[in-house]
Write a protein that binds this ligand. Structure first.
Ligand SMILES: Nc1ncnc2c1ncn2[C@@H]1O[C@H](COP(=O)(O)OP(=O)(O)OP(=O)(O)O)[C@@H](O)[C@H]1O
Ligand SMILES: [Mg+2]
Length: 329
């Protein structure tokens, strides 16, 4: 099954599960929902698509079932411009799917119900991560989701991380701890802590509490920066985000006040993509945070994680309409 021959130099690659998302058209408990809208999503793929919309070349390492949903995902990723040369069709396991319940029991929030156990992607293994492909990129984007799927997924992520580390490629890590997958917080902590030696780490207070129990946020962030990380971005949902750099500076952005909150899922991935795109284009951390908050806000206004991810033109139009947004510092 090993493929060779990468034709284009990629900016970012990732490894992770891409699923079909069934998003409830009406809010409320799923047992009463009559219609679901079909989307393609997965944290790693969301970030890659977001980066592609902002002009970067991306590729994904994954497995999908050799079924209709697997074909839907492959076509969708290809259509968005993500390199799919390392997407394998697995005829012995299905494509993972999940459902989203919106605005219940907490208005403004969404709840995820996974049907992904034993999926094709949960069988990802180190054999799926070929060195040539990793070395064809400038950087790898990893999240705390894939290592939770199975021990072979963990070793696949670890392999990509090690190749990137030993070759001096940039590593971006989003802690993205999903307790529905880990169940055990100490397992999440011991498994994910090694990946914190990345160049850029995205996280949030809930994940920091799992990784550094009872430590104040600033102490946990210092702990990550001490490992050689250059920027730690702590995302605070509708409160915005704070980026801490290795020089000891703090940069804050407020979230944009959005009139319609359809589905907050995917905001974090869009935020990451716009932040990375801005930093890799040479912008300041403050400017990157502003674009990131704009991208996060846009995704909240629609169902689906990637459809409302913006181009540069969209971002500038959004910021123009908000008269520049609010940067606190
Ligand atoms: N309700 C909202 N209104 C406006 N902007 C939002 C909203 N929710 C999120 N955002 C924007 O998106 C960014 C990222 O969202 P969030 O903090 O939920 O990401 P996350 O930590 O990756 O979440 P998750 O736990 O789902 O992985 C926020 O910093 C904010 O700028
Ligand atoms: Mg996230």
């Amino acid at each position: 099954m090993k493929q060779t021959g990468v034709s284009v130099k990629l900016d970012f690659i990732s490894v992770g599960e891409v699923m079909v998302q069934f998003n409830a058209v009406s809010p409320g408990p799923l047992r009463y929902v009559k219609y679901f809208e079909v989307h393609v999503a997965g944290s790693e793929a969301n970030m890659l698509i977001g980066l592609t919309k902002l002009g970067f070349k991306t590729g994904i390492v994954t497995r999908v079932g050799d079924d209709e949903f697997g074909k839907l995902i492959t076509n969708f990723l290809r259509g968005e411009g993500v390199d799919v040369s390392r997407v394998k069709l697995d005829d012995s396991a299905p494509t993972g799917i999940y459902f989203i319940q919106r605005h219940f029991p907490v208005p403004g929030e969404s709840t995820v119900f996974y049907y992904r156990h034993g999926s094709a992607a949960s069988r990802l293994s180190p054999d799926d991560v070929d060195e040539e492909y990793v070395l064809s990129s400038r950087g790898v984007i990893l999240t705390g989701i894939t290592p939770a799927l199975s021990s072979s997924c963990y070793t696949a992520v670890d392999k990509m991380y090690r190749i990137a580390k030993s070759s001096g490629l940039d590593i971006v890590f989003d802690t993205n701890i999903r307790m529905k997958l880990w169940r055990d917080a100490s397992k999440a902590r011991s498994s994910l802590t090694p990946f914190l030696q990345a160049k850029i780490v995205f996280t949030n207070p809930k994940d920091l509490e799992i990784l550094f129990p009872s430590q104040p946020i600033k102490e946990a962030v210092s702990n990550i920066l001490d490992r050689g990380c250059e920027i730690v971005v702590v995302k605070l949902g509708d409160k915005g985000a704070i980026a801490y750099d290795s020089k000891g500076n703090e940069h804050r952005v407020e979230a944009f006040k959005i009139p319609i909150v359809e589905d907050v899922i995917g905001a974090g991935d869009a935020f990451n993509a716009a932040f990375l795109a801005s930093v890799y284009r040479g912008m300041t951390v403050d400017q990157a945070l502003l674009y990131a908050a704009a991208a996060g806000a846009l995704v909240v206004t629609v169902r689906g994680d990637v459809e409302a991810q913006p181009s540069w033109r969209d971002l500038n139009a959004f910021l123009e309409s908000f008269k520049g947004g609010v940067v606190l510092r």
